[in-house]
Design a protein. Structure first.
Length: 307
């Protein structure tokens, strides 16, 4: 969150003191972020994890309170995205939920770190500051070849290399546009580290321009990139069953990746939609038991090289 450029405030805004109010809220947000990213992880061997990602391609999932989707995602990413190392960064507030996710990661031999207790309860703010913690404490000091962030309910259902577009562009992901501004959706965004290592990235909101989680990078990164030249994944939304509007229970396809869209469902339909997702993924997960799906953590097959 940050104050708009002063020319973007009109007379009515000044009469309502909005530039001053926005400035105060921006200062509070930045202070909260600085404090949070300086805190230590609650669990996991962060120094070892930092050292393990250097020069690799890394996908980091921000997990939150749902061990079942974390289990599915770890196994599907390991099999279908063999070019990537995968880290689970647990943003769960509930200790029991975090323990279940940690147990899942131990059972599947997946890298795990539990983030500090998040100061925000609003989902977008919580997600954004969690991404900033990972950027400051894992990605930036670890210096991977490339990195990406995933929502925990996003599942690759076929072989894919989300890093391949980085051979011709600095970032890749699902574009969300608000007026003339745009940003990459924080649930699926991939970056070349060498192109952003010196950029003051902010994966929070730029809310006074209407940009959600990840939109904080508009001013420092995206506005300097020609969107028209970007390769983007094909995305569609559909209702999880016939006869309901998509807003009552959505599924999203990002290429061959299935997204459950956690917040986009009527509460009374959540369990039914989960069963649909479970059934969609069941044959893909069953196939893993019949193949040599496991590989050492960190193994990868390079398909592009930075220039």
């Amino acid at each position: 969150m940050m104050v708009r450029a002063l020319p973007d405030y009109d007379f009515a805004d000044w009469r309502r003191l909005r530039p001053l109010i926005h400035g105060l809220k921006t200062a509070q947000y930045r202070l909260a972020t600085r404090r949070y990213v300086s805190r230590v992880a609650q669990a996991g061997d962060l120094p070892a994890l930092v050292g393990s990602i250097t020069g690799k391609r890394i996908l980091v999932t921000i997990a939150f309170g749902d061990a079942e989707v974390v289990d599915w995602q770890i196994r599907l990413v390991r099999h279908n995205v063999p070019s990537a190392s995968h880290v689970i960064a647990d943003n769960s507030r509930d200790d029991d939920a975090a323990a279940r996710i940690a147990t899942t990661c131990t059972r599947l031999d997946a890298a795990y770190v539990r983030l500090p207790t998040n100061p925000w309860r609003q989902p977008s703010r919580s997600h954004g500051i969690a991404l900033n913690w990972v950027w400051c404490n894992l990605i930036r000091p670890g210096a991977p070849e490339a990195f990406g962030f995933l929502d925990h309910d996003l599942f690759p259902t076929a072989r894919d290399d989300p890093f391949e577009p980085l051979s011709s562009q600095d970032c890749f992901g699902v574009v969300r546009a608000i007026g003339p501004r745009w940003f990459l959706w924080a649930g699926f965004c991939i970056f070349r580290f060498d192109r952003v290592r010196s950029v003051a990235l902010d994966f929070g909101q730029d809310w006074f321009y209407g940009l959600d989680t990840g939109g904080g990078n508009w001013r420092v990164l995206y506005q300097h990139i020609a969107r028209a030249a970007l390769k983007e994944p094909h995305c569609t939304f559909e209702p999880y069953k016939a006869g309901i509007p998509v807003t009552d229970g959505a599924l999203q396809w990002v290429g061959s990746w299935l997204h459950e869209v956690g917040q986009m469902v009527r509460p009374e339909l959540r369990a039914e939609r989960r069963e649909v997702v479970r059934n969609i993924l069941a044959p893909h997960l069953a196939a893993l038991r019949d193949t040599a799906a496991s590989r050492p953590i960190g193994a990868q097959a390079n398909s592009w090289h930075p220039t």
